[in-house]
Design a protein. Structure first.
Length: 331
């Protein structure tokens, strides 16, 4: 799809959809991970009624088991610990605390991407997606992070280095936090802190994906896991334009969900994303769950809305990602 038609189609879709939402909280493994799941959505009574919008299970693909758990949302204590480490690591490298602001460095950061296609056999049904879907995913990342879809430009661009296809039934589907996931990543991960390793396949629990946040010491778990059929041209309805990848890479570059922290405190630690009480689903135009200035950022890549609804990062998010890159991932 041409960029101009993609952008206009997304923006046109914003006016015709409504929503439901929920939140789930968990952390899997020793290092924080972030995850996105796709779900059984439902209509609230109106855009400002939230009592009926919070089912007890994670957002999951239709047909997923009830109670599918989302391993991504951090507790306040976990966020506080991460932010303290971010500030300390920043001071060690530059002598300054991390700051977000309206501008970023003009220089471009090119991130090498290694894609691991995890499959149970060589059929499409068995996870063997074509190269064309992967190259389309890289194009989506480059458009999103360049601001070409309607948001603020960031410093990042992505360059596909290689595609590694692995047939291994013990790693398929990929199960978040499992020993099999650790074995898979320990065996396959390539490159240094600056290399994005993307693991594609069928995922457990109806999830769309998850990611590791950056940390001082490189872990073999570092990278993003994405449902293969969420890539452009995939079969995951409403989540098949590649923005699960965009979202998970945002976590890999140190962004939280827009609804992190709800309506109080520091929220997602980005000043120009309005506070949001809980995840937004579908595309609830005008949704406003907090009394502070601004409607919910439903078009932000770090919310939970349909791919057709999300098309932007903010300048504050761009600055936070660059600050984190220079702190954790730059050589």
């Amino acid at each position: 799809m041409a960029l101009t038609s993609q952008v206009s189609w997304r923006k046109a879709a914003v006016t015709s959809m409504s929503l439901a939402m929920m939140a789930a909280t968990a952390l899997v493994g020793a290092a924080p991970v972030a995850a996105l799941a796709v779900g059984d959505c439902f209509e609230p009574a109106d855009a400002h009624s939230h009592a009926a919008e919070a089912p007890s299970h994670a957002k999951a693909r239709p047909g997923a088991a009830a109670g599918a758990h989302d391993p991504n949302h951090l507790t306040a204590a976990q966020v506080a610990a991460r932010e303290a480490d971010f500030a300390a690591a920043k001071r060690e490298r530059t002598g300054k605390a991390p700051m977000e602001g309206p501008s970023i460095a003009a220089a471009t950061v090119t991130i090498p991407v290694v894609v691991h296609v995890i499959r149970k056999d060589t059929t499409r049904a068995g996870g063997n997606i074509p190269d064309s879907m992967i190259t389309s995913q890289i194009n989506v990342l480059n458009q999103a992070y360049a601001g070409s879809t309607g948001g603020a430009p960031t410093a990042f661009q992505f360059q596909l280095q290689s595609i590694n296809r692995v047939t291994n039934t013990s790693w398929y589907p990929i199960v978040s936090g499992s020993s099999a996931e650790r074995s898979m990543k320990t065996s396959l991960r390539q490159g240094g802190k600056n290399t994005l390793n993307m693991y594609l396949g069928q995922l457990s629990g109806g999830l769309l994906g998850w990611a590791t946040f950056p940390q001082r010491n490189l872990s073999s778990m570092d990278g993003v896991v994405v449902l293969s059929e969420s890539l452009p041209g995939g079969t995951s309805a409403n989540y098949n334009q590649g923005d699960t990848g965009t979202h998970e890479v945002g976590h890999w570059l140190n962004l939280y969900h827009t609804f992190q922290g709800g309506c109080s405190g520091n929220g997602d630690y980005v000043s120009d994303t309005p506070a949001e009480a809980s995840p937004a689903y579908q595309c609830p135009t005008g949704r406003n769950t907090c009394s502070s200035t601004g409607v919910d950022p439903i078009h932000n890549f770090m919310d939970y809305t349909y791919d057709s609804c999300m098309y932007q990062f903010t300048s504050g998010q761009a600055s936070r990602m660059l600050s984190a890159w220079n702190t954790y991932r730059a050589s």
